[in-house]
Design a protein around this ligand. Structure first.
Ligand code: ADP
Ligand code: MG
Length: 323
């Protein structure tokens, strides 16, 4: 069991940022309205995620750490209409197999909460605890028992940048959740969570950049897109400032990012990139998210058509600006 979990961990948990991603996605799936992420030493020493979501019933806590046990899909049909970010039931057991994990949780109707301590896949302790509704999970000493994995990590600065990047994208795709990120006591992000994407953009890219973003949208028979792009000549961005959301899930897709850049035509100076946040809505049947355990790569039917719609929508909107 532990070995199988460690093998799965190789795919799901590459670096501290992947742990942060999985834990925050769980907090989102639990309908939290506030999620605080507190890391020490870029997550290598500690990753703590505190949410105010539904919590886990005391008699299901151990199950949550068992592989392929998920509370999120119950039938084969669900797999084609996935509404939650998680569904594979791999994250918690994978993380707990390569770290020292304490999870404390309480549901709304439970009298008291429960604390479960698992290290290297072995359960060390389970006891009741007093705490408000929600879940707090602490991951200490990540990769302590997989030195090869530790060796592959980059500098603390690079690992922290990866955490920041993922938290930013999760915040952009969940504007109705107040999300904070702190490293070694320094606050790196704090969103208000009032549902306004522009507020989230301000929190991430600064008020000045946010003011220079313009809204655009587009639609065809299969796709609906809505987003914000920065005015071409006013930003100092890299390619990673393009955030793509597909039915509320953030994805990585080179073709679609390039389609947005193409929409700028010659208006984007060479070597410069826009800030963009684009939400794409389509029939879930046109997407396969079950391609890779981390679910950042997805397979989209009619991807070329979507790319063309993106290019055209950005192009048309920017043409109105008379730059
Ligand atoms: P998945 O998200 O794919 O279902 P995970 O291993 O990430 O699998 O989590 C296992 C289960 O633990 C989830 O299905 C959920 O029931 C529960 N869980 C994990 N984290 C939380 C959380 N923060 N709040 C409520 N339930 C949680
Ligand atoms: Mg999950």
């Amino acid at each position: 069991e532990v070995l199988a979990d460690q093998i799965a961990a190789g795919e799901v948990v590459e670096r501290p940022a992947s742990v942060v991603k999985e834990l925050v996605e769980n907090a989102i799936d639990a309908k939290s309205t506030q999620i605080d992420i507190v890391v020490a030493e870029a997550g290598l020493k500690q990753i703590k995620v505190i949410d105010n979501g539904e919590g886990i019933p005391a008699n299901e806590v151990e199950l949550a750490f068992r592989r392929h046990s998920t509370s999120k899909i119950t039938s084969r049909d669900d797999l084609f209409r996935i509404k939650t970010l998680g569904f594979r039931g791999e994250a918690l057991p994978s993380i707990a197999s390569v770290a020292d994990v304490s999870l404390e949780t309480k549901t709304a109707d439970a009298v008291s909460g429960v604390l479960l301590h698992v290290k290297g896949g072995e359960q060390l302790e389970k006891k009741s605890s007093v705490r408000p509704q929600g879940t707090e999970i602490i991951v200490n000493d990540l990769f302590y028992n997989t030195p090869a994995r530790l060796k592959y990590l980059k500098s603390l600065q690079t690992e922290l940048a990866a955490i920041s990047d993922i938290v930013n994208r999760l915040a952009l795709s969940h504007n109705n959740i107040a999300i904070s990120l702190t490293n070694n006591g320094r606050v790196l992000l704090q969103t208000v969570g009032n549902g306004d994407v522009q507020q989230t953009i301000s929190a991430i890219y600064g008020v000045k950049n946010a003011r220079q973003m313009i809204a655009f949208n587009g639609k065809d028979l299969d796709f609906k897109i809505r987003g914000y792009v920065s005015l071409p000549k006013l930003t100092r961005a890299t390619k990673s400032y393009i955030s793509l959301l597909l039915n509320g899930r953030y994805i990585k897709n080179f073709q679609l990012s390039n389609a947005i850049i193409r929409g700028y035509g010659s208006k984007l100076m060479v070597g410069r990139y826009p800030v963009a946040v684009v939400d794409m809505t389509l029939d879930p049947l046109l997407v396969d998210v079950n391609v890779h355990p981390t679910k950042q790569q997805v397979r989209i039917s009619k991807e070329e058509q979507l790319a063309q719609l993106l290019t055209k929508s950005v192009y048309d909107r920017i043409a109105q600006e008379n730059l």
